[in-house]
Write a protein that binds this ligand. Structure first.
Ligand code: GDP
Length: 471
């Protein structure tokens, strides 16, 4: 489906736009060709003038009435023509926030020709009417769901356009080349080249660079949106659950001195410096005969795989230097930050750090971060939090550039990159225009699917059904 070719005529939909439940104000939104007419049937403005004669973008005080029975005194905000969020006439009633009033007003709208909106239908209309690109519409959902400074920042950036214009401009240029190459096919007998091959190569290079950097930004974008995954690992009884509790200041994980208590994984979110961290407590890593615990150990390894930060706990009674360094080296992952935590320092009488120095020495090139803590006594927990906040800060600085946070966009960008690489290969092999055109079309398709230039009902249904009703 190409939205530019779609003539979208709409019936009028109604839904509560604010959260349901008792509140100071409830906003009920009507959108569609008859929004103003329906409102004039149920709303009596104190100015005595019908809304149909009022200018757009004005607010009117009056009453909502069913068969001359006043339901509420409210404000009606009107948007006429296409100058609204949805790109069609909209009326928003700001009523008193009672469940009863909301129900009655919606029933009144339904009785007068509106129908109930489906989930995300207002935003879907905004997209179909060309008010928003598809990825911007998706950012609206992310903005509503954002619960940290970082996730809010990336959603806002996407909603305001993000990489839309960049992708659209490149797609447009590629489209021009596609047309020229396809035109050459009509003149194949005459052996002419309308499309300048060296310019085309430069364009392919630009597209590749842009796509690659957007694809790379996904890992940062994803952690900023969903929280930085932090795995807490170490031998059984190293103090992982105690540390998680100390970080969260509550008794969430079960602390016990029977090795292997934390059999499954526990996940808790904590906001530090405006960024969400997802702390994952794992079962102790060791060879085990216990079947259930073995599953836990496997899960711990999986969590390390997915973590951006790994907090590795040890103490100088239960661990040897070689045990610690072997573990870190065996479970090292490029791109993840290893933080060594020497725990239970409250039990050491001496202040010597020879043990720690030796570890750091043999882990040169793997990590240079070691903190001495006591999870039980809460010593240096603030320092650990500060370290994490600084680390997050460097990540979110990266996040100031355009980042991709949505898996659908990530997949489309990856597919587009693969297709553009095929075009490049085709150029090198001097493939004929008709074969090149196939891969160019495929690239155009994937690029267009991000912004919604090309889309289908199934994709749209999938995206908008995740919105709430009224959005
Ligand atoms: P896990 O198996 O790694 O989750 O370890 P737990 O958090 O269950 O702790 C195991 C035992 O070590 C418990 O008895 C804790 O009270 C104790 N423990 C944990 N951290 C410290 C610490 O910093 N100092 C001392 N003295 N004991 C600790």
């Amino acid at each position: 489906m190409n939205k530019k070719n779609t003539i979208y005529t709409s019936d009028t939909i109604v839904a509560l736009a604010t959260a349901s439940g008792i509140g100071a104000i409830a906003v009920i939104r009507l959108s569609g060709v008859d929004a103003i007419e329906i409102s004039d049937r149920i709303f009596k403005s104190y100015s005595k003038k019908p809304l149909i004669n009022a200018p757009s973008h004005t607010v009117h005080l009056g009453t909502l009435e069913a068969k001359n029975q006043v339901i509420d005194e409210c404000l009606a905000t009107i948007f006429k023509g296409t100058k609204s969020y949805t790109g069609e006439p909209v009326v928003e009633f700001s009523c008193h926030g009672s469940n009863y009033i909301v129900e009655e007003v919606i029933k009144l709208c339904l009785a007068n020709g509106a129908r109930l909106a489906e989930a995300g239908e207002f935003t879907k209309r905004a997209f179909l009417n060309g008010k928003l690109a598809l990825n911007q519409a998706e950012a609206v959902a992310d903005l509503i769901a954002s619960d940290s400074k970082a996730s809010h920042q990336v959603a806002l950036q996407q909603m305001r356009g993000g990489f839309t214009s960049e992708i659209e401009a490149l797609r447009q240029e590629l489209l021009n080349f596609a047309s020229l190459i396809e035109l050459e096919l009509d003149f194949s007998e005459e052996d002419v080249e309308f499309a300048d091959r060296s310019q085309f190569k430069t364009l392919l290079k630009t597209i590749k660079t842009t796509l690659s950097s957007l694809i790379q930004s996904f890992s940062v974008g994803n952690v900023l949106k969903n929280g930085i995954p932090v795995a807490i690992v170490g031998k059984p009884n190293a103090g992982k659950s105690t540390l998680l509790n100390a970080l969260l200041n509550e008794e969430r994980a079960i602390v016990s001195d029977i090795a292997g208590t934390t059999r499954d994984t526990i996940e808790e979110t904590l906001h530090i410096g405006g960024i969400a961290f997802r702390f994952i407590d794992t079962a102790g890593i060791r060879d085990t005969q216990d079947q259930i615990e073995a599953i836990g150990v496997q899960k711990a390894k999986e969590k390390i795989e997915k973590a951006s930060v790994i907090l590795f706990l040890f103490d100088d009674k239960d661990n040897t230097v070689s045990e610690i360094t072997t573990f870190v080296k065996e479970n090292y992952r490029e791109g993840a930050k290893y933080v060594l935590l020497h725990n239970k320092t409250d039990l050491s009488s001496e202040e010597t750090t020879a043990f720690d120095d030796e570890i750091l020495q043999s882990l040169k090139g793997y990590t240079d971060t070691l903190l001495r803590i006591s999870a039980k006594e809460g010593q240096n927990i603030t320092e650990l939090k500060n370290f994490l906040a600084d680390y997050a800060q460097t990540l979110s600085q990266t996040g100031k550039a355009t980042v991709v946070t949505n898996i659908r966009h990530y997949e489309a960008l990856s597919n587009a990159l693969q297709a553009i690489e095929k075009v490049e290969e085709g150029m090198q092999m001097h493939l004929s225009g008709d074969l090149l055109a196939i891969d160019i079309r495929e690239t155009l398709y994937h690029l267009g699917s991000i912004t919604g230039e090309v889309s289908n009902e199934e994709v749209l249904g999938n995206i908008f059904s995740r919105f709430c009703i009224g959005k």
